[in-house]
Design a binder for this molecule. Structure first.
Ligand code: F6P
Length: 342
């Protein structure tokens, strides 16, 4: 078979390891041939492909980003978009099947194309870890490690000045990165979108840590919804899918905390640093296994399904199940972490 691979949506550490896992197994075990679509669905609708053989994937498992490039192109938009035009492109290029590596938007588009008869299998990707059909997504562990390292650094400077440090992390509408990095770094408060938390409560936790001689660390997820408000803080307009671009809540909270506690407070937004650089070994192994499992799905013709992690096993689930609902932080996980606050 001749298989096309694409990476779509925001980049994520581990994308290259998925590509390598799929190509190595596909060539070694099945004698398949591969091409890469450049920049996600854009490469599919514009028939923009690059060769993907053993040479092209050498040494890429440890590289961040994606060697194929990515974009947030919607394959149904534009004059070359839509299932019929894409099918014609694939026929012309002699491509039998697609492995689409992406998040919710990518998998939703893949589902529509599969319903229209295209042969697509999916590999889930997001640093946010918000897909309900998989226990963990690759990229999440790396983002948590980067955030934890940054918080360890914030704590030493905070302690030197007896300041409160606010660290804002990514995660869109879920608090997984905040919960895990905050627990790992010993945060005195973790603020996540799933939990309404009053300013009075935040100030209490900060004061309590400060009274014990600690420099309080407050971790806030970008999607945290301030008490008395209905939506997360957004000051940067909309993204290509019309979703609000988040970020900036940490800078907004810092003066409020300082005003209520009298403790000098500084905010740091970690931003895209959380998505850059080399994947952790955990993410490399997970990505490689998912890439190899995607080849099994292609060989067995499991179109319209994505590979996923359940416990330590790789399983496969339908696109419909994968994009059904966000995987949010359950109450018991937050309650467990909150015992450590203050
Ligand atoms: O979904 C991954 C993510 O990094 C979110 O955590 C964040 O809100 C968003 O993407 C940022 O998107 P962009 O890279 O388009 O600014």
């Amino acid at each position: 078979m001749r298989i096309g691979i694409l990476t779509s949506g925001g980049d994520c550490p581990g994308l290259n390891a998925v590509i390598r896992g799929a190509v190595v197994k596909g060539i070694a075990i099945h004698g398949h041939e591969f091409v890469g679509f450049r920049d996600g669905w854009r490469g599919v609708v514009q028939a923009d492909v690059v060769p993907l053989g053993r040479k092209e994937i050498q040494g890429i498992a440890k590289q961040g980003g994606t060697i194929l490039g990515t974009s947030r192109t919607n394959p149904f938009e534009g004059e070359n978009g839509g299932a019929a035009a894409i099918t014609a492109n694939l026929d012309r290029l002699g491509i039998d099947a697609i492995i689409a590596i992406g998040g919710e938007g990518t998998l939703a588009a893949a589902r529509r194309l599969t319903d229209a008869g295209l042969k697509i299998v999916g590999v889930p990707k997001t640093v946010d870890n918000d897909l309900s059909a998989t226990d963990y997504t690759f990229g999440f562990d790396t983002a948590v490690q980067i955030a934890t390292d940054a918080m360890d650094r914030l704590r030493t400077t905070g302690e030197s000045h007896s300041r409160c440090m606010v660290a804002e992390v990514m995660g869109r509408h879920v608090g997984w990165i905040a919960l895990h990095s905050g627990m790992a770094a010993g945060a005195h408060a973790i603020l996540i979108p799933e939990q309404k938390t009053s300013m009075a409560q935040i100030a209490d936790w900060v004061r309590s840590a400060h009274d014990r001689g600690r420099a309080p660390l407050v971790v806030v997820a970008e999607g945290f919804v301030p008490d008395q408000e209905d939506d997360p803080h957004s000051e940067r307009g909309l993204d290509a899918f019309g979703r609000p671009r988040l970020g900036g809540i940490g800078e907004r909270l810092a003066p409020l905390i300082e005003g209520m506690t009298g403790i000098e407070t500084r905010a740091t937004t970690l931003g895209h640093i959380q998505r850059g650089g080399t994947p952790t070994s955990y993410d490399r192994v997970l990505s490689t296994r998912l890439g190899m499992a995607a080849i099994d799905s292609v060989v067995e013709g499991r179109w319209g399904r994505m590979v996923a992690l359940r416990g330590t096993d790789i399983v496969h689930v339908s696109f419909a199940d994968a994009i059904g609902e966000l995987k949010t932080v359950p109450q018991e996980r937050y309650d467990e972490a909150a015992i450590l606050f203050g």
